[in-house]
Design a protein around this ligand. Structure first.
Ligand code: THU
Length: 160
């Protein structure tokens, strides 16, 4: 038996002020989208903003449901919207901000496993990496150059 070590890579950005002005605008869109979340059950709000290769910015937030599993995460709301309405455009960047409704959060919140799998599908489809930036409400931002850093051993069409 041999052990395999898997390495992954993220960049840590100390605050939103360290982003370029274009990236800061996009993170602010994710923050604004977070405030539109419909999250009466978890009271945990997530906002996401996507930059397409034509410059268009799309936004989404988590949408919950009394039948809990029928709700959807912000990342999938926005990425499925992109796939449904702009199928021929590439997704260049994804910005995420998340926190409980009643307090600020300094810990960067990564997309959940199901969202990572969904983002992976579009990265493979467009054959171009998606940059992913995620944060709480303030403080550090983590940046990944590709979904692949967040989902080692990912399942995609090559596995079928
Ligand atoms: N949520 C997201 O929107 N994105 C994630 O990646 C993780 C969780 C939402 C789902 C649910 O509405 C709330 O946060 C609590 O799990």
């Amino acid at each position: 038996m041999k052990e395999v070590k898997v390495e992954t890579k993220l960049s840590v950005i100390e605050s939103i002020e360290e982003l370029t002005s274009a990236e800061k605008e996009l993170m602010l869109k994710a923050i604004q989208a977070r405030e539109k979340a419909y999250a009466p059950y978890s009271r945990f709000q997530v906002g996401a903003a996507i930059l397409l290769d034509n410059g268009l910015v799309l936004e989404g937030s988590n949408q919950e449901n009394a039948a809990y599993p029928s709700g959807l995460c912000a990342e999938r709301v926005v990425i499925f919207y992109a796939g449904a309405n702009h199928p021929f455009n590439k997704i260049e960047k994804l910005f995420i901000s998340a926190s409980p409704m009643d307090r600020e959060l300094e810990t960067p919140i990564p997309p959940c496993g199901a969202c990572r799998q969904s983002i992976a599908e579009y990265e493979v489809k467009q054959d171009q990496s998606i940059e992913i930036y995620f944060m709480g409400t303030k403080g550090q931002i983590y940046k990944s150059d590709s979904l692949k850093n967040l989902l080692p051993f990912m399942f995609d069409k090559g596995s079928l």
